[in-house]
Design a protein around this ligand. Structure first.
Ligand code: GUN
Length: 284
């Protein structure tokens, strides 16, 4: 079997052109959707992610502002900046880029963002709403994964989904929840799971969010499975690669996401989606 590649760039292009039309309609009603991204420090990976977010915002016609503060910025100062944007209705989306410097309490920062402007979908109020299946801001990577699976017409009802070594709050836990909301049967695996491949080999849909290059081999995959590779790992050669051995998975899976060009672009597209949805709340 040779897997069909789920092209996150192509899917993003389609979704972004739909979003651009929505933005036009919102602007026609006198509102300019705007996103502010707050970065403390100058982590190169964060700066690179932020450039991607800015490009997506510009592509669909959403206003974008970067607030970049020095590494020494205090938690109190950061909370004040968030408060300012919570109360500034020219901005509809607020995103604080993670990770934050060690002296800043990430939980306090995430909880400070108004749930109405939490386009990352990280606030406990939005996580709670997601868990109860309500309409809310969904975390971008998990929402992008669901869109990718739906885009190839795979029915998730009753499917055996295994989320591999991914119990982070940003990806692993919420993607399991969203797939459960789609009526899949979900198993979470993690670093303490015994005999991991006995689980992966039973998965109709396998989500790899391990953060370790080439961790999932072809022999770990059930023939015909849908394989979603969330990993972004840089090899010593400088080349990017996922958590899945792509060339092996291609021979076993029915559908497979590439790295780069898979989950990454869709994550950013879902942020653009959330920002547009957020702006709509402010239309009178
Ligand atoms: N750092 C890595 N991924 C993300 C993300 O999706 N949102 C934020 N705010 N920070 C991140």
């Amino acid at each position: 079997m040779t897997a069909t590649i789920i092209d996150g760039k192509e899917l993003s292009k389609t979704k972004r052109s739909e979003l651009a039309k929505e933005v036009e309609q919102i602007k026609a009603k006198g509102l300019l959707p705007k996103l502010v991204v707050i970065l403390v420090g100058d982590n190169p990976a964060s700066l690179s992610y932020i450039r991607g977010k800015q490009k997506a915002a510009e592509e669909i016609g959403v206003g974008f502002k970067l607030e970049n503060y020095p590494e020494s910025f205090s938690e109190k100062e950061l909370l004040e900046v968030i408060e300012h944007y919570n109360n500034n209705d020219e901005y509809h989306g607020i995103l604080v880029q993670l990770p934050l410097p060690a002296h800043i309490n990430e939980t306090a920062v995430v909880e400070k963002i108004s749930p109405l402007k939490d386009v990352d979908g990280f606030h406990p109020v939005n996580i709670g709403r997601m868990m109860t299946g309500q309409d809310t801001f969904l975390p971008c990577t998990p929402a992008g994964i669901v869109e990718m699976i739906k885009s190839v017409g795979v029915d998730m009802v009753g499917k055996n989904v295994v989320v591999v070594v991914g119990r982070s709050n940003i990806v692993g836990k919420p993607v399991g929840q969203l797939l459960l909301n789609e009526h899949a049967t979900v198993t979470y695996c993690h670093s303490k799971t015994k005999d991991l491949s006995s689980f992966t080999k039973e998965a109709d849909i396998l989500v790899a969010a391990v953060g370790r290059a080439n961790f999932i081999k072809g022999e770990d995959i059930k023939p015909g499975a849908v394989v979603i590779d969330v990993g972004v790992n840089r090899l010593e050669s400088g080349k990017l690669c996922g958590d899945v051995v792509f060339d092996e998975a291609k021979e076993v899976a029915s559908f497979l996401t590439p790295v780069p060009g898979g989950v990454g672009p869709m994550t950013i597209t879902m942020l653009a989606h959330n920002t547009v949805q957020s702006a709509k709340q402010f239309l009178v």
